[in-house]
Design a protein around this ligand. Structure first.
Ligand SMILES: Cc1ncc(COP(=O)(O)O)c(C=O)c1O
Length: 321
């Protein structure tokens, strides 16, 4: 049994999107607002962190240590979770220290995190070095893997599926951004547990399906094992579209700029430039290609990330015509 610390405002709302539904002329579109989980401006990692923090505190750890990109939403939520629970926070960010401190990085600093920058290729090595140093200094570090995606973090989305089940929307499809895989693994396990009849479709942010699906399947199976829950899936059971990530991680395409404007202007909903923008661009493309049937219910799971809208180069790119 993994301990849980309450960090998120739950349940997050599910809303119908009438204007997008009619303007796209496709399935009935709903949105699950995990951008409103609350902690340090919210997002999907807060759900994972409820369990990761539970584990960290149960082990008597005093400092959270994690890694991500310079505009990592995950690291921003780790910093906020550390602040809320009175722990220290060390973040190893892959990339160069930007001239301007904006978006998620600004919020990391406001939450009091200690920040180190490293080259992407040296990230794991740097993380290990900072972990060892923190241990030597008696800071009792707790390592949260990239994206919080392990068999503990995945529990956040297993519970999220139970939450959705109670909201009685019963969508035919759940579509969302998938990147380190913990969200998708948790959703798959939660779907198994709740007897969900719909399909769970991850839009890949950076990985090819051939590599990513086996990783997610392994995480589902590992999480089930930790819980002593009888569930086993194969990579073929993991639905992923990898056709929208060719531009590369964090590269904002025209289709993504267009969809960010579309959601903002039709529904007043703010997406983000790295994850939900990409996933929504995929969703809209699939609707235009009649991938979903008219009359089906499609739930777009908003996983957060909006602070990155306020960081360059994204903010500048979004203003260009
Ligand atoms: C806003 C947002 N959406 C989706 C994801 C992907 O979630 P996961 O890493 O669990 O696949 C992330 C991960 O960083 C994120 O920040």
């Amino acid at each position: 049994m993994v301990e849980r610390v309450q960090l998120a405002n739950l349940p997050t709302p599910v809303e119908f999107l009438p204007h997008l539904t009619s303007s796209l002329g496709g399935p009935d579109l709903f949105i699950k607002r995990d951008d409103l989980t609350g902690l340090g401006m919210g997002g999907n990692k807060t759900r994972k962190l409820e369990f990761l923090l539970g584990d960290a505190l149960a082990r008597g750890c005093k400092t959270l240590l994690s890694t991500g990109a310079v505009q990592s939403n995950h690291c921003r939520q780790v910093a906020a979770a550390a602040a809320k629970t009175g722990l220290g926070c060390i973040l190893v960010l892959a990339g160069q220290a930007p001239e301007k401190v904006q978006g998620n990085l600004l919020l990391d600093k406001l939450s009091g995190a200690q920040i180190f920058f490293t080259e992407k290729e040296k990230r794991d090595q740097a993380l290990k070095e900072h972990f060892d140093k923190a241990e030597e200094e008696g800071l009792k570090p707790y390592l949260i893997p990239y994206g919080g995606s392990n068999q503990i973090g995945a529990l956040g989305y297993l519970h999220a599926m139970e939450e959705l089940d109670k909201q009685k929307i019963n969508p035919d499809w759940i579509v969302f951004a998938s990147s380190s895989g913990g969200t998708q693994a948790g959703l798959i396990l939660g779907a198994h547990k709740t007897g969900f009849k719909g399909k769970i479709l991850g839009i890949s942010i950076e990985h090819q399906t051939s590599v990513f699906a086996p990783e997610i399947a392994a995480l589902v199976n590992q999480t089930a094992k930790t819980l002593e829950y009888d569930c086993s899936v194969t990579p073929e059971d993991v639905l992923i579209k990898d056709s929208y990530c060719q531009a590369g991680y964090g590269v904002l395409t025209q289709a993504e700029v267009d969809v960010i404007r579309l959601f903002a202007q039709k529904e007043g909903i703010l997406l983000d430039p790295v994850y939900t923008g990409r996933a929504a661009a995929g969703l809209v493309d699939l609707i235009r290609k009649a991938y979903f049937k008219k009359g089906e219910k499609v739930l777009f799971w908003h996983t957060g990330g909006t602070p990155a809208l306020f960081a360059e180069p994204y903010s500048k790119r979004l203003l260009q015509t």
